[in-house]
Write a protein that binds this ligand. Structure first.
Ligand SMILES: Cc1cc2nc3c(=O)[nH]c(=O)nc-3n(C[C@H](O)[C@H](O)[C@H](O)COP(=O)(O)OP(=O)(O)OC[C@H]3O[C@@H](n4cnc5c(N)ncnc54)[C@H](O)[C@@H]3O)c2cc1C
Length: 871
C-alpha cells in the first residue's frame, strides 16, 4: 500500500509529513513483529520508538541481574521456524544483554530498522473523522497520519515515579531499574540503598550486594520468590521442543499461560500433607513460575488451598535466612501466593545473611524523607552514596494513556478510562476506531508468556487489517455492547480467583490515584484465543466495520457464560457423555452416580447422618446435615434435583453441606420416590409426608422444634413448592419460607427460556421432556401438584426466594412463579444468576462464581427464621 512523505516547503528542512497505512508505537518484541507482519502483508508502516534502538523492555532494563522469568526456550518468537533454527539461547533464563542481542538480531534479520524512527516519542494522537485517519504528534515535530494506529507501547514500560517525600533531593547518584545507565554502574565500596523488593529489586539485590560495602534494602511489602535454578537448558526440558517444534508451539498457544503445562486436577484442600509436600517440592525444584503457580487446581481459588503453598514457601525462606526476625519480615503474609507475580531469584534470601546487608521494614519504620545525603526514617537518619529505585511500573495502561489520545467526538482515552480501562478483547476500545493495543488491558498479557500473547495479537490484528482491505472496509471499532460484555467477563474471571484480594500492580494498586480493577484477563491464554477466534468466525462479532460503500455490524457479546461454568461445560463436552434422554432411566441414574463420585465433596460440617422416615407409601431415606456450631438449629427440609427420575439424598450432597454451613441451619435432605417406578403424584405426596414427619421430630433430630423452612432444586424445588401449597391446604405444619432453586413450576415448554436454551446446557428441552414423560401423563401435568404455577390460589403461602439461572429452560417459569406469588400477596422475590445454567449453582467448589448466589440463598434461609427464632 502507500507510504507518502511530503516535505513542507514553507518551514524548510526537517519538517516532514508522513502518511502511512499503519503507525506502530514501540519497537519492543510487539512492535518488531507487527512491523514484519505488516510489511509481509503489503501495508506501509512506520514504527515510532522513544528509545535509541530496538528491544523495549530489554533496551531499558539493564540493571544488574536482569533476566526473563519465563524459560527462554518459551520466551522466544515462534512465527518463523527458520528464525528459531538461527538462534540458540545459552541459558534457561537468559540475561538482559542476551535478550537485547536477540531483539537486535531479529531487527537485522528482517531489516526492520529502516522503518523505525528511534528517539521519537508519540505525544498525542487524534482521530480525524472526515479523513478517517489518525493524526499523530511526536516530540521531533514531525506530522504523521495513518489509517491504523497500533499501540505496541508495552505493559511494563512506563516506570512509576517514586511517591516518596523528598525524592529528587538526593545529591548523589539515583538509579531507576527501568532506566538503567547503558554503561553500567560500579557500586564497589559504596553505601547503597535499594528501595523496592519487587522483581527488579529481587533480581538486582544479590548483585549489588556483591559490590557495595553496605547495602540497605527498604522493603514495604515482601514478595514471594523462588530460586531460578539457572544454568544451561536441561535436556529433558528441551526434548519435547526438539522432537516436534510445531506441536510444542501449538501446545503453548493453547495452554493456560503460554507455556506447555498439563493442568492438575488435584485440589490442595482435599489432599493430604504428603501430597502437598511432594507436589510443592517438585514445583520448587523446577525453578519455574508456571509449575509453582499450579501446584494445586484450587490454589488461586481458595484461601485454605493457597495457604498451603504460601506456608511451604515460608518454610523455604526460613530455612535459608539465619536471623528468624529477618526471615519473618521476608515472609509475605499480606497477599495470597501468586496474586502478585512471584519472582525468580538467584541467591536473594541468602543475601540477607551477609553482614553488610540490612533489611529495613518500611511498614514499621516508614521513610520520612529522602535527604541530600541519604534517607530519614521515623527513628533513624541514614547516609548513602547511591540510591537505587526498584519501584516498578504504571503497568498496562501507563504507556497508553501517557499519549494524549482523542477518539471520535473529542472523547479522550484518559477520560474514557478514568474509572479503569474498557476494551473489547483487550484489542480495541469503543469510540477509538482503528486503534489497536497489543497485550492491552483485558487480555492475558502480563499473566502469560508475553511472547505467545504478543504473537497472537499481532497475528489477529494483521489478519483483521487484511480482511478489512479485502472487504473494501476502512474502519473497525468495537460496539459498546460487546465491550461492556467483555469488561464484565474479564471482571467475572478475576472475581472467581483470589487475585483481586491483593494490592498488586495487576490491580493498579501500586500507583496512587489509579483506579482499582484487575487489568489483565485471567481466563487463560487458551480461553482467550478461543474468544478472539470466535469473534472473527462469527463475522467479527461485536465489531462495526465501515467502508465507503458498506457498513457491517454483528453486534453481540462473545462470552456470556460465567467462565467457570463454561469450563465445566467444556470438560463435559470433552468427555463426550451420552445425554440422559438417550438412555433408559436406570442407565441415566448410574451415569449421574458416576459423575457425582468425581466431584469435590463440599465443605466439612458438624455432622452428617443417614436415616429413614415414613413417606406416603413406605420408608424414605434421608440425610441430615448439622452445622458445626452449637445447636439446636432451625430446620430446613430439602428435596434434591433430578427431574423426579434421577438423584438421591446423596446427589445434592455438596450443595446441602454448603447451604448448611452458610446458613447455620440443620438440613434434612429427603429421598422421595422416583419415576417411572412411582409416577405423579408420588413425589408430591412424599414431600408432604416428609415435612410433617420432620416437623414432629425436629427436636429429636437436634433441631429447634416448631416451624420449618423448605428448600429444593429443580424437580426437588417443584416438590418443595407443591409441598408448601399442600401444607397450606391441609392444615400444616407451619412453614416459614421456601427456597426454590431453578424450580419446575409449569408444564409449558414454549417459554422464551425454553426456546433460547432448548439445546443448551445439560438440561436441554429434550431432557426436560424425557423427565416429564417419565413423571406424569400429559393430562396430569397441568395439575397444581405437578405445575404449582397453575394453582388458582397462590396467596397465604410461605415467603419465597426463587433463584433462576440465565441460561436455563426453566428460567422463565421460575420467575413467573415468583411474580405470581407476589401478585397474590405472598411475599416473594427472585434473583437471576447471570451467566449460570440449570446445574451450575449446585457445583460447589467447582463453579466458584456461584458462591455469591449460594450465599444469598443461605441468607434467605436465615432470614426465614429470623422472625421465629429468638436470638
Ligand atoms: C524486567 C522485566 C522482565 C520481564 N521478563 C519477562 C519474562 O520473563 N517473560 C514475559 O513474558 N514477560 C516479561 N516481561 C514483560 C515484557 O515487558 C514483555 O515480555 C515484552 O518484552 C514486552 O514487549 P513489548 O514490545 O510489548 O513492550 P516493551 O518491550 O515494553 O516495548 C514498548 C516500547 O514502546 C516504547 N514506547 C512506549 N510509549 C511510547 C511513546 N509514546 N512513543 C514512542 N515509544 C513509546 C517504549 O520505549 C518501549 O521501547 C518483563 C518485563 C520486565 C520489565
Amino acid at each position: 500500500m502507500v507510504e507518502t512523505r511530503t516535505y513542507d516547503t514553507t518551514t524548510g528542512a526537517g519538517s516532514a509529513r508522513l502518511d502511512v497505512d499503519v503507525v506502530v508505537v514501540g519497537a519492543g518484541f510487539s512492535g518488531l513483529y507487527m512491523l514484519h507482519k505488516l510489511r509481509q502483508m503489503g501495508f506501509s508502516a512506520r514504527v515510532l520508538e522513544a528509545a535509541g534502538d530496538v528491544g523495549g523492555t530489554w533496551y531499558w532494563n539493564r540493571y544488574p541481574g536482569a533476566r526473563c522469568d519465563i524459560p527462554t526456550t518459551d520466551y522466544t518468537y515462534s512465527f518463523d521456524p527458520e528464525l528459531e533454527k538461527a538462534w540458540t539461547w545459552s541459558e534457561k533464563y537468559a540475561t538482559q544483554p542476551e535478550i537485547l542481542r536477540y531483539a537486535q538480531f531479529v531487527a537485522e534479520r528482517y531489516d526492520l530498522r529502516r522503518d523505525i524512527d528511534f528517539n521519537t516519542r508519540v505525544v498525542a494522537a487524534r482521530w480525524d473523522e472526515a479523513a478517517a485517519r489518525w493524526r499523530l504528534r511526536v516530540d521531533t515535530g514531525q506530522d504523521i497520519s495513518c489509517q491504523f494506529y497500533v499501540m505496541a507501547s508495552g505493559c511494563l514500560s512506563s516506570p512509576k515515579t517514586p511517591d516518596i517525600p523528598g525524592a529528587g533531593r538526593f545529591k548523589g547518584p539515583a538509579y531507576f531499574t527501568g532506566r538503567w545507565p547503558h554503561e553500567g554502574v560500579d557500586f564497589t565500596g559504596q553505601r547503597v540503598a535499594v528501595i523496592g523488593t519487587g522483581s527488579s529489586g529481587i533480581q538486582s539485590i544479590p548483585h549489588i550486594a556483591k559490590q557495595a560495602s553496605q547495602l540497605t534494602v527498604f522493603q514495604r511489602t515482601p514478595n514471594f520468590s523462588i530460586p531460578a535454578g539457572n544454568g544451561p537448558v536441561r535436556p529433558e526440558r528441551l526434548a519435547p521442543l526438539q522432537a516436534d517444534r510445531e506441536a510444542y508451539r501449538h501446545e503453548a498457544k493453547w495452554s493456560r499461560a503460554g507455556v506447555p503445562n498439563e493442568p492438575t486436577q488435584i485440589y490442595g484442600r482435599y489432599s493430604p500433607p504428603e501430597v502437598h509436600r511432594e507436589r510443592f517440592e517438585a514445583a520448587w525444584q523446577s525453578g519455574e513460575l508456571i509449575p509453582i503457580l499450579s501446584v494445586f487446581a484450587d490454589q488461586i481459588l481458595f484461601r485454605d488451598a493457597n495457604a498451603i503453598v504460601a506456608g511451604l514457601v515460608h518454610e523455604k525462606i526460613r530455612a535459608v535466612v539465619e536471623d528468624p526476625k529477618i526471615a519473618d519480615l521476608l515472609c509475605p503474609s499480606d497477599h495470597p501466593f501468586g496474586t502478585k507475580r512471584p519472582c525468580l531469584d538467584t541467591g536473594y534470601y541468602a543475601t540477607f545473611n551477609l553482614p553488610h546487608v540490612r533489611l529495613v521494614d518500611l511498614r514499621r519504620n516508614p521513610i520520612q524523607s529522602i535527604t541530600e545525603t541519604g534517607i530519614d526514617l521515623a527513628d533513624e537518619s541514614m547516609k548513602f552514596d547511591a540510591i537505587v529505585y526498584a519501584t516498578g511500573f504504571d503497568a498496562m495502561t501507563g504507556a497508553i494513556v501517557s499519549v494524549d489520545i482523542e477518539g471520535r467526538d473529542g472523547l479522550t482515552l484518559k477520560r474514557k478510562w478514568a474509572n479503569g480501562p474498557r476494551t473489547y478483547l483487550g484489542l480495541m476500545t469503543a469510540g477509538f476506531p482503528n486503534l489497536f493495543t497489543i497485550t492491552g488491558p483485558g487480555s492475558p498479557s502480563v499473566l502469560s508468556n508475553m511472547m505467545v500473547s504478543i504473537e497472537q495479537h499481532v497475528d489477529w490484528i494483521g489478519d483483521c487489517l487484511a480482511r478489512l482491505r479485502a472487504d473494501g472496509m476502512t474502519t473497525i471499532e468495537p460496539t459498546e455492547a460487546a465491550e461492556a460484555g467483555w469488561v464484565q467477563h474479564v471482571e467475572d474471571c478475576a472475581n472467581i480467583t483470589l487475585y483481586p484480594t491483593a494490592d498488586s500492580w495487576y490491580m493498579g494498586a501500586n500507583v496512587p490515584g489509579k483506579p482499582r480493577g484487575f487489568l489483565p484477563y485471567v481466563g487463560g491464554v487458551d480461553a482467550y484465543r478461543g474468544a478472539c477466534d470466535e469473534a472473527v468466525a462469527r463475522d467479527y462479532l461485536g465489531f462495526k466495520r465501515s467502508g465507503p460503500q458498506v457498513t457491517r455490524c454483528t453486534d453481540g457479546v462473545v462470552r456470556r457464560l460465567q467462565p467457570d461454568v463454561a469450563m465445566v461445560l467444556q470438560m463435559m463436552a470433552d468427555l463426550k457423555l451420552p445425554t440422559f434422554d438417550s438412555m433408559p432411566a436406570e442407565h441415566a441414574r448410574a451415569l449421574l452416580e458416576q459423575l457425582s463420585a468425581a466431584r469435590p465433596p463440599g465443605p466439612s460440617i458438624g455432622e452428617i447422618a443417614d436415616g429413614t422416615l415414613p413417606g406416603a407409601a413406605g420408608p424414605l431415606q434421608y440425610r441430615l446435615y448439622r452445622p458445626n456450631t452449637p445447636g439446636p438449629h432451625p430446620v430446613v427440609v430439602y428435596f434434591h434435583g433430578g427431574g423426579w427420575v434421577l438423584g438421591t439424598h446423596d446427589s445434592d450432597d455438596p450443595l446441602c453441606r454448603d447451604l448448611c454451613q452458610r446458613s447455620d441451619t440443620l438440613i434434612v435432605s429427603v429421598n422421595y420416590r422416583h419415576a417411572p417406578e412411582a409416577r405423579f403424584p408420588a413425589a408430591a405426596d412424599d414431600g408432604l409426608a416428609a415435612v410433617r414427619w420432620v416437623a414432629e421430630h425436629a427436636a429429636e433430630l437436634g433441631g429447634i422444634p416448631g416451624p420449618l423452612a423448605i428448600a429444593g432444586w429443580s424437580a426437588g424445588a417443584n416438590v418443595a413448592a407443591v409441598t408448601c401449597q399442600q401444607v397450606r391446604d391441609h392444615g400444616g405444619p407451619e412453614i416459614l419460607g421456601q427456597l426454590l432453586l431453578t424450580p419446575v413450576t409449569d408444564c409449558d415448554m414454549t417459554t422464551p427460556s425454553y426456546v433460547e436454551n432448548a439445546e443448551g446446557y445439560v438440561l436441554t428441552a429434550s431432557v426436560m421432556k424425557w423427565f416429564w414423560d417419565y413423571y406424569a401423563d400429559p393430562a396430569d401435568r397441568p395439575n397444581p401438584k405437578a405445575s404449582p404455577l397453575r394453582a388458582t390460589d397462590l396467596s397465604n403461602l410461605p415467603p419465597a426466594l426463587v433463584v433462576a439461572c440465565e441460561f436455563d429452560p426453566l428460567r422463565d417459569e421460575g420467575i413467573a412463579y415468583a411474580k405470581a406469588l407476589a401478585a397474590a400477596g405472598t411475599p416473594a422475590r427472585w434473583i437471576t444468576a447471570r451467566g449460570h445454567t440449570h446445574t451450575s449453582l449446585t457445583m460447589v467448589d467447582v463453579v466458584v462464581s456461584g458462591e455469591q448466589v449460594r450465599g444469598e440463598m443461605a441468607q434467605a434461609l436465615r432470614g426465614f427464621f429470623k422472625v421465629a427464632v429468638p436470638a
